[in-house]
Ligand binder design. Structure first.
Ligand SMILES: Cc1cc2nc3c(=O)[nH]c(=O)nc-3n(C[C@H](O)[C@H](O)[C@H](O)COP(=O)(O)O)c2cc1C
Length: 157
């Protein structure tokens, strides 16, 4: 018997992850971004990462092969930014300190790292799309990461 949606979600919630905000300057020049925990390193040579984006997310249809995005890895204390980019706030960038990355994607000030990518593959994955990004630049700061587990934010001890 297949697992129920609730059983599946409950099992997944036991997996602790970091929290990222994926941002992009889209083809209409609008800045868009959403909170994403489905992020993974994929390859060192060439340098590749992957993200999984819900097909219903507003950013989804703006992320095509050849376009760029940035993965902003949130730091401890940036829960408000995670909330903002997972909520229905009309302008998620309003009042948020950002700088422009080399390919135009907004890089969030205070994030622990920013990884800018060019999309090289997009694969269907059920109700999500798996996007593979070739890394074109990285920025790193010192600090501790924001964590997410069992529906709550957490900190490293
Ligand atoms: C901690 C956390 C992790 C999330 N991870 C993902 C993810 O990996 N992929 C995704 O598509 N949505 C993820 N979401 C949900 C989106 O951030 C949320 O649905 C967002 O509002 C979608 O953007 P939209 O409102 O512009 O459509 C996550 C939300 C939270 C709070």
């Amino acid at each position: 018997m297949p697992v129920t949606r609730d059983e599946f979600r409950r099992a997944l919630s036991r997996f602790a992850s970091g929290v990222t905000v994926v941002t992009a300057k889209c083809e209409d020049d609008q800045l868009r971004g959403i909170t994403v925990s489905a992020f993974s390193s994929l390859s060192l040579d060439p340098p590749l990462v992957l993200i999984c984006i819900d097909r219903r997310a507003s950013l989804h249809d703006h992320l095509e092969e050849g376009r760029h995005f940035a993965v902003n890895i949130l730091a401890e204390g940036q829960e408000d930014i995670s909330h903002r980019f997972a909520s229905k706030v009309p302008d998620r960038f309003d009042g948020l300190a950002c700088r422009e990355g080399t390919a135009g994607s907004p890089l969030i000030e205070g994030a622990l790292a920013a990884i800018e990518c060019r999309i090289v593959h997009a694969y269907p994955g059920g109700d999500h799309t798996i996007l593979v990004g070739e890394v074109i630049s990285t920025n790193v700061s010192e600090g501790k990461p924001l964590l997410y587990c069992q529906g709550n934010y957490a900190r490293l001890a």
